[in-house]
Design a protein around this ligand. Structure first.
Ligand SMILES: Cc1cc2nc3c(=O)[nH]c(=O)nc-3n(C[C@H](O)[C@H](O)[C@H](O)COP(=O)(O)O)c2cc1C
Length: 258
């Protein structure tokens, strides 16, 4: 069934696929050669520009298709993330169909209600939470589910023998690559985690042993906010660097004055 769905999608986009297939096959080696040289000052600036202007995007999506070549470039960037023992334990499910998205949106709505009920004893916070826009499932151009396969190249994975969670950490590295690559392409991306993984697995026909890690909404946007939405709405703010850096031992903060 899953294979059939993938085939349908591939048929739908077959002309695109045919035109880029060779490029993709070549991609790893040619890209690694292309980007091997020293990083110039301007390239470094460009990298930080992308990094600091990346945002979690839930609104401002515009109606414009992301070309398949761009989607594949972004996913290829994700696929070049570090992974424990080079296990590459990720898969990417591309979701365009509205019916599927509606089901996922309904899962969001149910989980969202549960979260609202958790704030029953704090009406002010509950109202603020209710006012936040926390997903762009239907408005975005493409939804993407990133999954974790703990069986890939198992059982012996270098680096995973003591800390099994390193498999999931690897998938998160891929997601961050994807987020930055999307920003570099002027594409907004939002992570929706207010979803039932159990329902998500059912809707997307994900096998039992595969774990969904992220449900992402991607699309071109009219603007990227300068600050995180949760900071703009005064929900939380970014911690100062000296609050998160410890010297030599846990809790030993860098003092501001000597
Ligand atoms: C694991 C993870 C789950 C997240 N889930 C949601 C979510 O369900 N809804 C949402 O609006 N944002 C979600 N976010 C985005 C964060 O709220 C956002 O990254 C944070 O507020 C900082 O903003 P910025 O990404 O624009 O810098 C999630 C981010 C991460 C890393």
């Amino acid at each position: 069934m899953v294979k059939l769905k993938i085939n349908l999608f591939i048929n739908f986009e077959s002309t695109y696929i045919a035109s880029i297939k060779n490029k993709l096959l070549l991609s790893s080696n040619s890209l690694q050669t292309k980007y091997r040289k020293q990083i110039s000052k301007y390239e470094r600036e460009g990298f930080y520009k992308i990094l600091f202007s990346r945002r979690d995007v839930r609104s401002h999506f515009i109606k414009k298709d992301i070309p398949l070549t761009t989607i594949l470039r972004i996913i290829n960037a994700a696929h070049h993330a570090p992974s424990v023992g080079y296990s590459q334990p990720w898969n990417f499910i591309l979701i365009k169909e509205e019916q599927t998205r509606m089901k996922i949106k309904n899962s969001f709505l149910r989980e969202h209600q549960k979260a609202i009920r958790l704030l029953e004893n704090n009406k002010a916070k509950q109202n603020k939470y209710k006012s936040l826009k926390l997903e762009g499932i239907l408005e975005s151009n493409l939804n993407l589910c990133v999954t974790y396969d703990y069986t890939r190249f198992a059982p012996f994975i270098i680096g995973k023998t003591s800390i099994p969670e390193t498999g999931i950490y690897s998938v998160c590295c891929a997601i961050q690559n994807l987020w930055l690559a999307a920003r570099a392409e002027e594409i907004g991306m939002g992570w929706v985690s207010i979803i039932s993984n159990r329902e998500l697995k059912k809707i997307l026909e994900i096998p039992k042993y595969i774990k969904p890690i992220a449900y992402l909404c991607l699309g071109y946007v009219s603007e990227f906010s300068q600050t995180p939405d949760l900071e703009k709405s005064k929900w939380l703010k970014r911690l100062a660097l000296n609050e998160i850096i410890y010297l030599e031992k846990w809790g030993n903060q860098v003092r501001k004055n000597g």
